[in-house]
Design a protein around this ligand. Structure first.
Ligand code: KIV
Length: 282
């Protein structure tokens, strides 16, 4: 399997079937994903919650996301890898944005970065692209705005708000983004944007009519919760499976079932006899 390039991702716009993208945060999962021919993997700032246990995506910092990014990168040589720029890594200034996007490329060895926002951060997007770093956009529900929005709110429900998102999408395309995440918007708006743009749209909570879909891995495998968001579907309940496995281990140890003869070695009888004599003579 050859590695997906930015040009390959852009071509997915012409595909007949929607394409799949996914988040990843560690090496063993990355190695599994690597065999599944997934065009794009995002090392999401959702790591803030699902890896580090913070309450939302605002606390995670560059060093923390770079740590998981490096682990994912070591396990993937087929998908295009996108690093998600954390809150306050690009908002303060264009210079900060270029510097931190550069850290993703040089230290995290990713192929591109993603940042949340539209026209308010258009200079950041343009200058990162000018510096030679591909950027993926993200509009609609922007999880990094959780504090100012007092929660996670679907965006674009009325015509004014929808028009703003539409204009942001066009501005981002003009600024050079290679793909655009549409999160938490009505499916009709996602469809209009998808039909208008020449770059692929990737939906999460944005309906069926995007060019591709993205999901947080932990939602898909039931590894975070107790509940999963409305836009997600759990294909596995890993939390229950883990709990059951750990309980089985506890029971085996307490009942002397584990470890058994297959799990350890025994000493040669003569060596054991000699050892006992040597201990006695100490
Ligand atoms: O951080 C993340 O996981 C994301 C995706 C859900 C798009 O931004």
């Amino acid at each position: 399997m050859k590695k997906y390039s930015i040009a390959d991702i852009k071509k997915l716009k012409e595909g007949k079937k929607p394409f799949v993208t996914l988040t990843a945060y560690d090496y063993p999962t990355a190695k599994i994903i690597n065999k599944l021919n997934i065009p794009l993997i995002l090392v999401g700032d959702s790591a803030s919650m699902v890896v580090y246990g913070y309450k939302d995506t605002t606390p995670i910092c560059m060093d923390e996301i770079l740590l998981v990014t490096k682990a994912v990168e070591r396990g993937i040589n087929t998908s295009l890898i996108v690093g998600d720029m954390p809150f306050m890594s690009y908002q303060p200034s264009v210079e900060e944005a270029i510097k931190n996007a550069g850290r993703f490329i040089k230290e995290g060895q990713v192929d591109a970065v993603k940042l949340e926002g539209g026209r308010e951060y258009i200079n950041q997007v343009k200058e990162i692209v000018t510096a030679g770093i591909p950027v993926m956009g993200h509009v609609g529900l922007k999880p990094q705005s959780v504090l100012i929005e007092s929660g996670y709110k679907i965006q674009g429900k009325n015509s004014d708000s929808a028009l703003n998102i539409y204009k942001d999408a066009i501005a981002l395309q003009d600024a050079g983004v290679f793909a655009l995440v549409l999160e938490g918007v009505p499916s009709e708006l996602a469809e209009i944007i998808t039909q208008t743009l020449k770059i692929p749209t990737i939906g999460i909570g944005a309906g069926k009519n995007c060019d591709g879909q993205i999901q947080v891995l932990h939602d898909l495998i039931g590894f975070f919760g107790p509940e999963i968001p409305k836009h997600a579907k759990a294909y596995l309940n890993l939390q229950d499976d883990l709990k059951n496995s750990i309980n089985a281990y506890i029971s085996d140890v307490e009942n002397n079932i584990f470890p058994n003869e297959n799990n350890f070695i025994k000493m040669n009888k003569n060596e054991l006899k000699d050892l006992k004599i040597k201990i006695e003579n100490l």
